[in-house]
Design a protein around this ligand. Structure first.
Ligand code: NAD
Length: 524
């Protein structure tokens, strides 16, 4: 690993006045604040206001009033806001990148990629929303005499709770289809990473989103969560499986829908005929991209015995050569973890594995010389299920190598987890790789890629199975989940029930013959 001493100048865009302007968007009647810091240095960036339950109720009341007008605005005009916003988001990508880096400590390459996500989501739903939201005429129960029309209505105010690992993408991208569908949004970002989503809301308003429609409230999850869920008509949550259970329980009690995008312990299966150089390069990104803090990243790699050493040697060499440091330029391959607390959690996973017999092939240690929350890219061998990192998500730059003898064994090992968010299968024969993908229990499977191909395919729903989530983002359901269905049915003439002295027996005979005829004619 290359070590470069810390010499850091904050980007010119991250001025105190800019940060105070963003923080001023957060309602705070109590005056309580939270010190939001620059991760690379631990220095304070801004005092972030903390919203009280009364502030959150007020934010919902304001959003609800704005939503009535917004829902009554023709869809075409609503979508024009997002056409303008797309241009703004792309034009200001570098400023957003500065904010994301300052608040999360990730490297610049990942931060700029994150800025692209809301623009991609806007592009996708700009071409799809009108079709999805248009009333759809369905056949009624009696051909020609009845119709049923599926009408999509906004749910009202959607509560979004977002994590720190992709604050701009999860905070803004998940709001876009909700807003397009005619909803208002109240977002609760993580305190650590509230700046980039606040700037996203500012840009949306600059593009013409009505003021008040998209509110941001801040605070610790357990303080803000209950009021937010109790006020919302639908909840979109991204975060850990443990918190997802709390959110899902409360949403269930309130009889509102929710989408839960949760954690993973994602496997990578390398097949015998895989291009090893590409698989190794993929595994570098899969384990160390975003400092290992991507929900869909790889924490377990399964290798055929015949190619284990070859892969291991090349992988360890590449991990050791990574440029890890703090910089606001595109140089480093990997940045910091998000906080010292999180770094200690990652360290605890590695220490536990080592204490129980795992071998550290490279890395394994914090790097305070690089910044307060840096941790080395770490590759382990000999990880078992009695180790913390053998079963639960580490969410850091830590990955374990495993050997397998048969493909059946590789699939069984990959599926031996309570999670099911993402999997990656590498092989030269794509048909064989697809057959393996079909057997892996996961909401996403990438063949010859780690995660980007699935996640960037905005037309296909992306979500987790097992303990990795409920529902999905992207695809048609990524927008339709923010709507209620109204079934408006029309009967043109009363024909149900016996007519003109007909006995019930005769009526039933006619009705059953009608069912047969409809089946033959394939009328539903
Ligand atoms: P977390 O669950 O601790 O927090 C996520 C959000 O929930 C934060 O805003 C937090 O303040 C809030 N929160 C915490 N407790 C709450 C409560 N009781 N009520 C309401 N809100 C509460 O998760 P994290 O550590 O911030 O994020 C990392 C996790 O997110 C990882 O497990 C990762 O896999 C997961 N993640 C999943 C996806 C996905 O799409 N599946 C994407 C990104 C991150």
């Amino acid at each position: 690993m290359t070590v470069t001493p810390l010499a850091l100048t904050r980007p010119a865009s991250v001025t105190d006045a800019f940060l105070r302007r963003l923080a001023a968007r957060v309602p705070d009647s109590s005056g309580a604040t939270w010190k939001l810091t620059e991760v690379y240095t631990g220095e304070a960036l801004v005092e972030l206001p903390q919203s009280t339950p009364a502030d959150i109720e007020q934010a919902f009341a304001t959003a609800r009033a704005a939503q009535e007008k917004w829902a009554a605005t023709p869809l075409k005009r609503r979508l024009e806001v997002f056409k303008r916003a797309h241009a703004l988001f792309v034009g200001r990508a570098r400023i957003v990148t500065d904010l994301i880096q300052a608040e999360s400590g990730k490297n610049r390459r990942m931060a700029i990629e994150e800025t692209c996500d809301p623009a991609m989501v806007m592009s996708h739903y700009l071409t799809r929303a009108a079709k999805l939201l248009a009333p759809a005429k369905r056949g009624g129960p009696v051909p020609f005499l009845t119709t049923s029309t599926e009408i999509r209505q906004p749910k009202g105010v959607v509560g979004i709770i977002a994590p720190w690992n992709f604050p701009f993408a999860t905070g803004i991208s998940d709001a876009i289809p909700a807003l397009m569908a005619g909803n208002a949004v109240v977002l609760k970002p993580d305190n650590k990473t509230a700046l980039s989503p606040l700037y996203g809301v500012e840009m949306l308003e600059e593009a013409g989103l009505p003021k008040g429609l998209f509110q941001v409230v801040c605070g610790e999850g357990p303080d803000v969560g209950p009021t937010l869920i109790d006020q919302a008509n639908y909840v979109m949550f991204t975060g850990s499986t443990a918190t997802g259970r709390v959110i899902g329980e409360r949403a269930g009690r309130n009889l509102i829908g929710c989408c839960l995008e949760l954690g993973g312990k994602n496997p990578m299966i390398v097949l015998e005929d895989a291009d090893l150089a590409e698989a190794v390069q993929g595994a570098v990104f899969g384990a160390f991209g975003n400092t290992g803090q991507i929900c869909m990243h790889i924490e377990r790699i399964y290798l055929p015995e015949s190619r284990y050493d070859e892969f291991k040697n090349a992988y360890v060499a590449k991990a050791r050569a990574l440029d890890v440091r703090a910089a606001y330029d595109f140089g480093p391959d990997m940045g910091s973890l998000v906080s010292v607390d999180h770094m200690n959690r990652v360290k605890a996973h590695v220490d536990d594995a080592v204490a129980k017999g795992a071998t550290v092939l490279c890395g394994g240690k914090p790097r305070p010389d690089l910044g307060p929350a840096f941790f080395e890219p770490t590759i382990l061998e000999g990880v078992t299920k009695d180790m913390l990192c053998g079963v639960t998500e580490t969410f850091g730059p830590v990955v374990a190598l495993h050997k397998y003898r048969t493909v059946d064994e590789a699939v069984a090992l990959a599926n031996d987890t309570e999670y099911g968010l993402n999997a990656s299968v590498w092989g030269g024969d794509v048909i064989a790789a697809r057959a393996v993908a079909a057997r892996v229990e996961s909401g996403n499977v990438n063949i010859n890629d780690i995660l980007a191909t699935a996640y960037a395919s905005k037309g296909t729903p992306s979500g987790g199975v097992k303990n990795s989530g409920v529902g999905a983002r992207h695809g048609d359901q990524g927008l339709l989940k923010y709507t209620d269905v109204k079934n408006v049915a029309v009967l043109k003439k009363q024909v149900m029930g016996p007519r003109g002295g007909q006995t019930y027996e005769k009526y039933v005979e006619g009705m059953l013959s009608g069912l047969k005829l409809m089946r033959r004619l394939r009328i539903r």
